[in-house]
Design a binder for this molecule. Structure first.
Ligand code: ADP
Ligand code: 5GP
Length: 218
């Protein structure tokens, strides 16, 4: 997938990046995503489509685009997803159009997607993708957080816990692996990764003109 150029703080053009945050459910990726979106106006959330039912407090179009299975299948058939996967018995997918628009508008894109989505994005967009996996400090703490969130029934919590080991088993499909012990410390690390990735030479497409300019003035 082609991504457009954007300006970094020094004015050099650079390629936009696709920043993926994954974790077992409850480890804190939504919390870290919210902090990042609040602190960094250069990155925009990709809102996924899903067939799972809306939860209390969620907003259609903001948290997800909630669609029925027929609608989702039609979107797949029309090639409207960059990637999609079955997760916890429901379908989830990343709509292609908004991501292309973000990159065109000079924004990086943030994805809260699972390991299957991270893998698919990496296959289509390769070096433009940065994958970060967030671990809980312990399995006990993961369960405590799922309960403290207060959004899921006992049955759903048990389901999420029994799938956590499988999700954690995909840790090695990521570029960075962090432990979310203290949320602020984890957020700081995520911000550092994003800042460093933005400065990678391969992304700084505008550097070559600057370097040539330096050569001419020497
Ligand atoms: P996920 O998006 O990975 O499913 P959430 O961000 O919803 O997880 O976090 C699950 C719960 O844990 C929420 O109630 C959140 O406030 C809490 N939480 C997140 N990070 C931490 C942390 N570092 N320490 C304690 N609680 C946390
Ligand atoms: P939840 O139902 O708790 O919001 O999300 C369940 C899981 O689905 C999470 O691991 C989340 O990262 C993942 N997910 C959400 N949207 C997408 C998506 O568009 N694609 C993929 N592959 N996974 C997604």
């Amino acid at each position: 997938m082609a991504s457009s150029n954007q300006n970094d703080p020094h004015g050099f053009k650079r390629r936009g990046l696709l920043f993926v945050l994954s974790s077992p459910s409850g480890a804190g990726k939504s919390t870290i995503s919210r902090m990042l979106l609040e602190a960094d106006k250069g990155i925009t959330m990709s809102v996924s489509a899903t067939t799972r039912p809306i939860r209390p407090g969620e907003v259609d179009g903001k948290d997800y685009h909630f669609v029925d299975t027929e609608h989702f299948k039609a979107m797949v058939a029309e090639g409207e997803f960059l990637e999609w996967a079955h997760v916890f018995g429901n379908r989830y997918g990343t709509p292609r159009g908004p991501v292309e628009e973000m990159l065109k508008a000079g924004q990086d894109a943030l994805f809260d997607i699972d390991w299957q989505g991270a893998q698919q994005l990496h296959q289509i967009a390769g070096g433009d993708v940065v994958r970060v996996f967030i671990l809980p400090p312990s399995i006990e703490e993961l369960e405590r957080r799922l309960r403290s969130r207060g959004t899921d029934s006992e049955e759903v919590i048990e389901g999420r816990m029994s799938r956590a080991a499988n999700e954690i088993a995909h840790w090695d499909g990521y570029d960075y692996v962090l432990v979310n012990d203290d949320a602020q410390a984890c957020f700081d690390k995520v911000s550092t990764i994003l800042a460093a990735e933005r400065m990678k030479r391969s992304r700084q497409t505008g550097l070559i003109g600057f370097i040539r300019g330096l050569g001419r003035s020497a």
